[in-house]
Ligand binder design. Sequence first.
Ligand code: FES
Length: 109
Amino acid sequence: MSFQPVCRADEVEPDSAKLVILDGRKIAVVRDSDGTVHAIDDTCTHEEVSLSEGDVDDCTIECWLHGSTFDLKSGQPLTPPATEPVAVFPVRQDGDDLLVDVSVQIGAN
Ligand code: FES
């Protein structure tokens, strides 16, 4: 597998996230406060809810249901109740497109 286009870069504003489906997997494409784009598993490790519906702040995303925050670089949970990390995937920009490689997991899970 390799990098595959998931959306246009201008579809993901700073401090926001977009849900995309890649190889049948739900991925949250997130642009942090500095403008850096990250790709993480969209499903919270605490319960099955969508992290892309949560709030982005600096380099974290907060689960909207119980408030766990996850580091966008490592996938590690920074606050309870979640204790397991979400997977993090390589992402890059090619022209106007964002590409993600789901065959390589940077974080655990
Ligand atoms: S479902 Fe995400 S913290 Fe509970």
